[in-house]
Every structure is written in C-alpha cells, then in structure tokens.
Design a protein around this ligand. Structure first.
Ligand code: HEM
Length: 407
C-alpha cells in the first residue's frame, strides 16, 4: 500500500479529505453511493492518500482538467505517480505533439476500413460466449465481461485468442494493483509481452491479416512510418486502454439491468432506444479515475497548486455531480428528453476516448443480444454481497446471474 503523504504546505487544512480509490473499503461495498457522498466536499480537495493528490468534484472542473493541457499535462497519468519509462502514445503526449499521433491513429486504426466487420464479429463472439454458459446461469464478470473485449480486440489485432489469459494477468495488475510496485510490474509485464508479440508479427506482417494490425502497418505519422518504439507504445496503449475499461463498464450495466426489471423491459420492448439509454448508463456508471499533473504553479478555481501536483479527473465523480444532474443516482432513460445525455464517461478535450465507438458497439451488442436470451434476468440468490474492485477503473468482482430457461 502507498504510504499516506504528508500534506504539502500549500494545501490548506480545510481542503484535506481522505479519498483512496485504490483501497477504500467504501468503494468496494457501494462505490457509487460513496462517490455521490463527495457532493458535500469542496469543488477541489486534497487527499493525502496514494502519494497525495487533488480531486476535482464538479463536472466543470473535471472537464477543464481534461481539456486544458497547458495547465494540466498528460505526461503523468497515473495515481499514484508511476515510473515514467513506459510512455503510452497518444495518451502521454500533450498537444501539439499529441495531435499528429492522434490523427494518424483515428484515421487508420479506428477507420471504417479497420472496423468494417466489428458488428458481425462482436455479435458472433457474444453468442459464442452465451452458448458456453451453463443454461440459465453464469458468473458474468469472468465468463463474459472479461472475455468479450479481449476476444474482440485480439481478433482486430490478428492475435491468437488463446493469448487471452496472458493479457488478463497484466491488465489486472495495471488496473487493480494496490501499490506503485504492482502497477509498475503490470506495465513491465505488458511491455515485454507486447514487445515479443509485435516482433513476431513484424517478422512476417503479411501473415497477420487482423484489420487493426494491417492498419498499423499502413499508418504514417506526418508522412513517416512509425518506428518500432512508437508501434509498440500504440499497441500497448490499445491493450491497456481498451480492455479493462469495457469489462468494467459491462459489469455495472448488467448488474443494473438484472436488478431493474422496469428498465430492462423498456429496452426489450424498445430496442431502438438502446443507444440513448446507453449514454445515461455511461453517465450513471462512470468508471475511470484519470490523472494529470499541474503543468505550472497556478491558482485553479481559487486553489493554489504547485507544478507537479497530481490531479485526478474522475468520470464517476462527474457523472454523479448533484449540481449538474437532478437525482444523479437515478437512471432515467428520458433524462435528456429522448436525446443522448452529454457525459464525461469517455473524457473530454484532446484525449477524448478514441475507442468510444468500439466500446459503444460492444456495450450495445451486449444489451441487444443478451437481454432477449435471459428472460426474467436476476442476481443469483446465492450470490452474496456484490462487491467492486477499487482501482483505476471501477469493476465488480463477481456478478452471478440467473435467468429462466424454456423447458
Ligand atoms: C467503456 C469503455 C471505455 C471507457 C469508459 C474509456 C474511457 C476513456 C477516457 C476517460 C479517456 C480519456 C483519458 C485521458 O483524458 O487521459 C480515454 C482515452 C483513450 N481511450 Fe478509452 N475508454 C473505453 C474504451 C476504449 C477502447 C475500446 C479503446 C481502444 C481499443 C480505448 C482507447 C483509448 C485511447 C487510445 C485513449 C487516449 C486517447 C488520446 O490520448 O488521444 N478506450 N478512454
């Protein structure tokens, strides 16, 4: 566990409140209730946990931290701060350096060409996983939520699906590590895994017809082919950014649907309303605690920050901001009068999630394909307490589900 930091001299005592999203017991038992209770805190406050860091509580402040790279640099993303030797492209770059990489990734890796078969492939993976469940019962986290994003992604990268468990082992360390050493170890493991995998693929690129891998081969940044280090960093970024996030999101959404038959029936009867409903679910169940570092000494919203201070922009916090959302804990599919709510679940500004289309696709297909196959969906009566992992993303530990099977 990271030793609590002494509170630096420039932090006034009235702004100090402990909030440890990696270890807090309250996060495990009732993450969103606990996060909603932060509404009583000042707009910006300082937690002495995890090495000491600032937390923004209001949506406006969180959006500003995401958007203003001149005040908040993305060159340091982790909380607690970690070894800077593993750079994630494009996330760790600030504009203007960030811009060319981001554009090249968006135009190649996430182009319609690279994602041409994403819909049918994701549906096929979803149905395959459903068919592997014991009829009428599953442990949703390990049997579905972990598997679908990894299978989908390995398929896009042309990697063997048998690599799923290896990926999972370091993803868990990166996102669930309780110490700096554990998260660093996760990155080191991931780094060597991606190095070896990419070297093998580059030895004979034509043999790998994964559409995202082929897009990586075609990619040019400012007219030049990326070198090995850049390719490795982008690949590592995609593996670490795109898997645990979707898993986490799936667990909360599926739990909500299992516990709320009214909302579930509405979606079953109005499948065309799923995209609008999904945005409300993404608002209500934000999952990411993202770090920045103050780029200079500054006064932010009346609070003195020193260059290098760690600052957290939490998407679960933004989604439950009571000044922004009426009854924030309530899920209201009609919250924006039939339109999609504008939330910060995928961040904002230059680093707005580049994989949001891929994430929305998998979440939509999960709802579209699983709900009709799971009549009278419910939490299994022997499930016990449903707990969350604390960590950089909020994820349920286990979600045992039951549904009726026609006899
Ligand atoms: C529900 C699933 C997802 C959530 C909630 C999510 C959330 C986020 C958030 C909040 C950011 C902003 C980070 C920042 O400002 O530092 C981000 C950035 C990013 N995400 Fe996602 N993400 C998801 C899925 C994905 C997927 C599927 C991929 C790719 C396979 C992906 C790749 C990335 C990348 C590369 C960035 C950095 C973009 C940049 O720096 O320009 N994400 N994501």
């Amino acid at each position: 566990m990271t030793a609590p930091a002494t509170v630096p001299d420039h932090v006034p005592a009235h702004l100090v409140k402990s909030f440890d999203f990696r270890n807090d017991k309250a996060i495990s038992s009732d993450p969103y209730g606990y996060i909603a209770s932060l509404n009583d805190c000042p707009e910006i406050f300082f937690s002495p946990d995890l090495g000491g860091y600032w937390i923004a509580r209001s949506t406006d402040a969180i959006e500003e931290i995401f958007a203003d790279h001149e005040r908040f640099t993305a060159t340091s993303l982790a909380i607690p701060k970690r070894d800077a030797s593993v750079v994630l492209i494009p996330n760790n770059f600030d504009p203007p350096k960030h811009t060319a990489y981001r554009k090249a990734m968006a135009n190649n890796l996430f182009s319609p060409r690279a994602l041409a078969t994403i819909d049918p492939d994701t549906r096929a993976f979803t149905l395959k996983l459903f068919d592997e469940f014991t009829p009428g019962r599953c442990e949703f986290v390990s049997e579905f939520a972990y598997k679908l994003p990894i299978d989908t992604f390995l398929n896009l990268m042309g990697a063997d699906l048998s690599l799923r468990d290896q990926c999972l082992s370091w993803i868990k360390l990166i996102f669930r590590g309780q110490t700096v050493e554990e998260t660093n170890q996760g990155f080191i493991d991931a780094f060597s895994w991606v190095t070896e995998w990419l070297q093998q693929q580059l030895a004979n690129p034509a043999a790998n017809q994964g559409p995202m891998f082929q897009a990586l081969m075609r990619m040019k940044i400012d007219g030049k082919r990326p070198d090995f280090d850049d390719m490795r960093s982008m690949t590592l970024m995609l593996f670490s950014g795109g898997l645990d996030t979707i898993t986490s999101q799936m667990t909360h959404i599926m739990r909500f649907l299992a516990e709320n038959p009214g909302h579930r029936d509405y979606l079953l009867q109005n499948p065309s309303a799923i995209p609008v409903a999904l945005e409300e679910l993404l608002r209500r169940f934000g999952i990411s605690f993202i770090g920045r570092a103050a780029a200079k000494d500054q006064v932010f919203r009346g609070v003195v920050m020193k260059q290098g201070d760690v600052v957290c922009a939490g998407t679960p916090i933004a989604g439950l901001d009571a000044d922004q959302w009426h009854n924030p804990l309530e899920v209201d599919f009609d919250r924006a009068g039939g339109r999609r709510v504008k939330h910060l679940g995928f961040g904002a500004g230059p680093h707005l999630c580049i994989g949001a289309y891929l994430a929305r696709k998998q979440l939509t297909i999960m709802i579209e394909e699983l709900l009709p196959r799971m009549p009278d969906l419910r939490i299994a009566p022997d499930a016990g307490a449903i707990e969350s992992h604390a960590g950089a993303t909020l994820m349920l530990k286990k979600l045992p589900l039951e549904w009726n099977v026609a006899t």
